[in-house]
Design a protein around this ligand. Structure first.
Ligand code: ATP
Ligand code: GNG
Length: 263
């Protein structure tokens, strides 16, 4: 599993532009098990390449803000994820600009060389996407009042511009929705114990759950990109023990294989 840049041969580029490499995102609530599921997919098939969510980038932003007594620049490391959780009204818009930019970068990376020559269904799998950035998190922060109406208007304006300009390069062919009750996600979140998430409460996970349901199940979220409106969604019951139960793992992999073949 990697976040890496691959070199392309001419035939690789041809294969990519011919749409033979499918692109799918894994979506779901915080701590539902996306990274765990992504590792499972990565180990299940060499034709699938998983790109992880760039959380460590959000936790380690280098800023050069002053000079020491010798005149050398002093760098500080800022944790934007922590800042966003501690003061969402101040930092949510900044967070969404950076999270969306980093997701855009991930989705724009060319496929690794080995996918270009694979004989099976080659798939690039992303942990979340530029679409959940907007239709789950940024929208939720706007509805919570942590992103102001003007920030929301600006976010949507540049988001639409970038997605339209990059066009097919950031499109997806499918979405896997890992679905579990918010209570299950809270238990997993607490068990994982990521320091920045200490203050996350059930009501926040409930709101994010509702956003996922509106977008991926009820389809009542207003979507601004034609291809995304009709995108196939594979829903998996993530309350099942897929982390360690080989039977559940096999069932999941089989459903995913069928889904990928259908795209
Ligand atoms: N099916 C499962 N059953 C029980 N525990 C699980 C399951 N899947 C994941 N976990 C545990 O739940 C915690 C969160 O899992 P993971 O980090 O994969 O979630 P995530 O969806 O990637 O989180 P985030 O939204 O923060 O990116 C971890 O401690 C993991 O071991
Ligand atoms: N506000 C906000 N906007 C996003 O686009 C976003 N994407 C992920 N996250 C939070 C969830 C996990 O704590 C942690 C890792 O997924 O980061 C986000 N938070």
């Amino acid at each position: 599993m990697a976040n890496k840049t691959g070199k392309q041969s001419f035939s690789g580029r041809a294969r990519e532009t011919a749409g033979q490499i499918k692109r799918v995102s894994i979506e779901g609530n915080i701590a539902v098990g996306k990274s765990t599921f992504a590792r499972l997919l990565q180990s299940a098939c060499p034709d699938w390449e998983v790109m992880t969510e760039p959380v460590s980038m959000w936790q380690n932003i280098q800023t050069a803000n002053s000079k020491d007594s010798q005149g050398s620049p002093q760098t500080t490391v800022s944790n934007l994820l922590q800042m966003m959780y501690q003061d969402p009204a101040r930092w949510s818009y900044t967070f969404q600009t950076y999270s969306c930019m980093s997701r855009m970068r991930t989705q724009l990376q060319p496929p690794p060389a080995h996918l270009l020559t694979s004989v099976g269904t080659a798939v690039q799998v992303y942990e979340r996407s530029v679409y959940s950035d907007r239709y789950i998190f940024a929208l939720n922060m706007f509805e919570l009042g942590c992103i102001s109406p003007i920030e929301w208007a600006i976010y949507q304006d540049w988001h639409s511009l970038l997605v339209e300009e990059f066009g097919p390069r950031v499109e997806l062919e499918g979405i896997i929705y890992l679905r579990a009750p918010p209570e299950t996600c809270l238990k997993r979140l607490q068990h994982r114990g990521r320091a920045e998430e200490e203050g996350v409460k059930l009501d926040y996970l409930e709101m994010l759950h509702v956003q996922h349901e509106r977008w991926l199940v009820e389809k009542s979220t207003e979507i601004h990109f034609d291809k995304l409106k009709n995108i196939p969604v594979l829903e998996l019951d993530a309350s099942a023990e897929f982390q360690s139960d080989p039977v559940v793992q096999e069932q999941f992999i089989s459903k995913v294989k069928n889904f990928f073949s259908s795209l």
